[in-house]
Every structure is written in C-alpha cells, then in structure tokens.
Design a protein around this ligand. Structure first.
Ligand code: VGL
Ligand code: ZN
Length: 236
C-alpha cells in the first residue's frame, strides 16, 4: 500500500508499507552527534540513559526483519571544512557567517552556522553508532571543503550526492521512512529535498532529536506543511 492510500484509509502503520515500494533513510547516525558517545556535536536527547541509541537499533532491527533496505547518510568532512569554527579566526562554535554562493547563475547570500569540528573523515566521531550490518548502503555528504551539506541529497553548492542518484534509480519506490539526527538541520534538509524529488515521507518522531528544541518544532511544522510528510510517534 502506498502512503497516500494508507492515509485515506486512516490506518497508517509501517507494517502496511511494502519494502518493495519504500526505503528507510537514516540521517547521520554518527558518534559525534550523540552525547552518549561524547560526540563533539552531541544532540540533546542522545544522552546515555535517554534510550535514543537503543530505540534506533531496535527500530532498525525490526525494519530489517520486515525486509526493508536501509540507507544511511554520513556527514564526512575534510579536517579543514568551512563549516568548522576552527577554520575562521575569532569565531567560536555556533557563531554564524554570511557566505555567497552561485546557484542557477544567481548569486545569493546565505547564513552558515559554524560548528565544532565534527565527523572528520576517518575519525572515530565520524563512525556510525550502529553496527554496519544494519545498514545496506551508506552515502557520504559534506565532503567538499567549501560547501556544507545538511541535506543528504544535495549540498549547498547545488551538487547532487550519490544518495540522489541512488534514489532516482529506484523506479518503484514512492515512500521513504526517515529518522536520525538532527531534526532541525540534516533531517529537515534531507526530508525537504526528498519531498522535492517526489517522495512521500514517514518521519519517526521518537527517533529524531534537535540541536535546538524550538528549531526542531519549527522544522516539524515546515515538513508537515508540505503535505507530503506524516509524522509517526514510533516505528513499532
Ligand atoms: C548536522 C550540523 C552540522 C546534522 C551536520 O547532522 O544535523 N548538523 N553537520
Ligand atoms: Zn556537518
């Protein structure tokens, strides 16, 4: 059943979704985004004792047992990435700078948040906090020194990722089950780009968490406002 007919029937349930017509996309399940692993950009709600990592593992184990293919994005920055505060004199983490980019031949200004160094290619913090056997395919993002990429689908320079081509090639897939970190940054950007690609999204509320709680609430409202995103409390 596809998501629209599930909604029409008002009995939406993950188990009514066929693995043939859907994929799971877990956004940045990496140590640096969890407080439990002492990550440099630990997201509130991922403390040891919060149960966040355990819920993610339980959900993935369940989804795999249902036959779903699991795709993961991986924030994968060079050590001199422009999003790192350490690369900008007199700046500290969470300061912002204005950048200029050219998209479709138009110059536009946009705000870049400066982050603590995180998810440096090959570092322990960039590793997944789930075992690789739960992931079928992983897709790096943010690999270009001069562009950030909250979205797993295209970066701030407009360059499409390998996940984009992978999703494009899946002719029968109409829906994506999405969760991960962080609600107000990479989850939000990935969901919005996936909606643009034409997918219906099932967002799993107890498997996401925000850098800033208000930002997370706002992001959820904006995602829902597309009319293409349903928010489920949990997978089970
Ligand atoms: C993220 C900030 C910087 C995320 C990635 O995964 O939400 N946030 N890089
Ligand atoms: Zn990043």
């Amino acid at each position: 059943m596809d998501i629209q007919s599930s909604l029409r029937n008002m009995n939406f349930n993950i188990s009514t979704l066929s693995p043939e017509f859907a994929r799971v996309v877990i956004v940045d399940p990496q140590k640096d985004f969890t407080i439990q692993h002492g990550g440099s950009l630990g997201v509130p709600g991922t403390e040891a004792g919060s149960g966040y990592i355990e819920r993610v593992i339980e959900a993935m184990t369940f989804l795999k047992s249902c036959g779903f293919t699991i795709l993961a994005t991986q924030d994968w920055h060079p050590s001199n990435h422009l999003s790192f505060a350490s690369q900008h004199p007199n700046k500290k983490p969470f300061d912002t700078i204005m950048l200029i980019r050219t998209l479709l031949n138009m110059e536009e200004q946009f705000e870049q948040v400066l982050w603590p160094d995180h998810c440096v290619q090959g570092s322990e913090g960039a590793e997944f906090f789930i075992t690789e056997d739960l992931i079928d395919f992983s897709f790096p993002k943010g690999t270009h020194k001069n562009f950030d990429s909250y979205s797993g689908i295209k970066d701030d320079g407009g360059i499409k990722t390998e996940l984009h081509s992978h999703l494009k090639s899946l002719e029968k897939v109409a829906s994506l089950i999405i969760y991960g970190l962080a609600t107000d940054y990479c989850v939000y950007a990935t969901v919005m780009d996936a909606v643009d690609m034409g997918f219906d999204i099932i967002l799993i509320n107890d498997l996401i968490s925000a850098v800033h709680p208000e930002g997370g609430e706002k992001a959820i409202e904006l995602m829902k406002a597309t009319g293409k995103v349903v928010v489920c409390d949990s997978i089970l």
